[in-house]
Design a protein around this ligand. Structure first.
Ligand SMILES: Cc1cc2nc3c(=O)[nH]c(=O)nc-3n(C[C@H](O)[C@H](O)[C@H](O)COP(=O)(O)OP(=O)(O)OC[C@H]3O[C@@H](n4cnc5c(N)ncnc54)[C@H](O)[C@@H]3O)c2cc1C
Length: 414
């Protein structure tokens, strides 16, 4: 029986561990915390089957000027400590030009197309149906021109990839969401995505499935990863040293730091996003993105959750809650929000690769070392799909999709 140590128990690591265990591997899943407490907790909880085109950077100079002047709430930039991220950011910007973005979208649409079917299997096997709503989510617009542009983009996704949406007038949106005081000029309703009522709980349900299948969940520091004498890999867990034939790095935003020790320099754009829950106010039926103010408000088990857009800052920078404060102010004009549940907002970090595609495959120079990270804006969506892909690659089976666009070698010269 082959054995593996999976490093990181976010959505990506847990999904990898389940797929390997189901394929007959003996798997240990290691994290310094309980599963699903970092970025895989701190998100909007949408399984985004509509996200067939990865999130690109804007090339519109007016939009870039708004970001630079701090007038956009969708993207905030904190210059202090950002200088060493300029290379990855520039590369991301270059990859966002139409020719490259179209190429990335062709690959991305394929893996996004596997996301709901793969989650569906895990959700059934882990008895987590109570955490899921299958009615999509909505995006509210405040200017007619913005709504028209969004409809044109959605229509092109429908034609190219078959994703389904409907257009709601302000009156129709108000009827669907009576709690809204302000319905803007209308909304786009993506009909097929699924909404998760507690993202961290879904990761825990998948982790429970993993242990029920015979997998072992352990606490430890991934930075202890080393080549073992027997040609495999070892880590130091709380209860001692562990060895396995293979190791999978699934540490989300922390992955590049670990891999530097092995000589790999992966460029990553880390986009922070803040969240907070509110209780005692009115509730929405489905998650709603307020596009003009760059946040999502979602009904969740713990109350209503606000999650913000991207803050580009140094990974170690102290939290700055102004983006969330702006979102909260805008949300209070839209619904009765109630009182904050946590004393302070929390945050997670979207691990974004400059070419907008995750890294899935074998480490070029280290037999038995596998890489699985960089899922950016859609890691919560993609975990079970790319988890299956990497498990298939590790098991030498024909893979469900072409793995070439995700291969780590595309960055190996860095
Ligand atoms: C505000 C916000 C909203 C989002 N909304 C959505 C959404 O609606 N839909 C969607 O699909 N995606 C969304 N995302 C993106 C998604 O949350 C991430 O892509 C995804 O959670 C990344 O998962 P991961 O497992 O790679 O990373 P993580 O969940 O961060 O997991 C990494 C794990 O590694 C562990 N770790 C790190 N260092 C060590 C170490 N040294 N030793 C041991 N363990 C270690 C951590 O404890 C953690 O458990 C959102 C992100 C944010 C921030």
């Amino acid at each position: 029986m082959k054995s593996a140590i999976v490093l990181g128990a976010g959505m990506i690591g847990v999904a990898t561990a389940v797929h390997l265990q189901q394929r007959g591997w003996s798997v240990v899943l290691l994290d310094r915390k309980e599963p699903g407490l970092e970025t895989s907790y701190a998100n909007a909880g949408i399984i985004q089957s509509e996200a067939v085109r990865p999130y690109a950077m804007s090339h519109d100079w007016r939009e870039l000027a708004r970001i630079a002047l701090g007038r956009s709430n969708e993207v905030r930039c904190r210059l202090a400590g950002l200088s060493r991220h300029l290379g990855p950011l520039l590369s991301y910007w270059l990859h966002s030009f139409p020719v490259r973005h179209t190429r990335a979208s062709e690959a991305y649409a394929q893996i996004i197309g596997c996301a709901i079917p793969e989650h569906e299997v895990f959700i059934r096997q882990s008895n987590a149906c109570n955490l899921i709503r299958c009615d999509g989510f909505r995006v509210l617009y405040r200017r007619q021109s913005a709504l028209e542009a969004a409809v044109a983009a959605a229509e092109s996704c429908r034609q190219a990839y078959g994703v389904k949406f409907s257009l709601l007038t302000a009156g129709e949106l108000k009827k669907a969401e009576p709690a809204l005081a302000d319905a803007g000029v209308g909304a786009l309703h993506w009909l097929e995505p699924w909404a998760v009522l507690d993202p961290g709980a879904l990761v825990c349900a998948y982790a429970d499935l993993f242990t029920r299948l015979g997998g072992r969940l352990v606490r430890g520091d991934a930075r202890s990863l080393a080549k073992s004498g027997s040609g495999g890999w070892s880590v130091i867990a709380e209860d001692g040293r562990l060895e396995a034939d293979a190791a999978v790095v699934a540490l989300g935003p922390w992955s590049p730091d670990l891999l530097k020790r092995f000589g790999y320099r992966f460029p990553m754009v880390r986009k922070r996003g803040y969240y907070r829950h509110y209780e005692g106010g009115s509730r929405l039926d489905l998650p709603l993105c307020d596009s003009a103010n760059g946040y999502v408000v979602a009904p969740m088990a713990k109350g209503v959750r606000i999650t913000t857009g991207a803050e580009l800052t140094a990974p170690s920078a102290k939290p700055n809650f102004s983006q969330l404060a702006h979102a909260e102010q805008a949300a209070r004009k839209m619904i009765m929000l109630g009182r904050p549940l946590e004393p302070e907002p929390g945050y997670g970090t979207r691990p974004c690769m400059p070419d907008m595609l995750p890294v899935v495959g074998a480490a070029p120079h280290h037999p038995g070392l596998w890489l699985h990270f960089g899922h950016g804006h859609q890691g919560f969506t993609l975990g079970p799909a790319t988890g299956r892909l990497i498990a298939e690659l590790m098991t030498d089976k024909v893979s469900m999709i072409d793995p070439l666009p995700y291969r780590p070698e595309r960055y190996w010269h860095n």
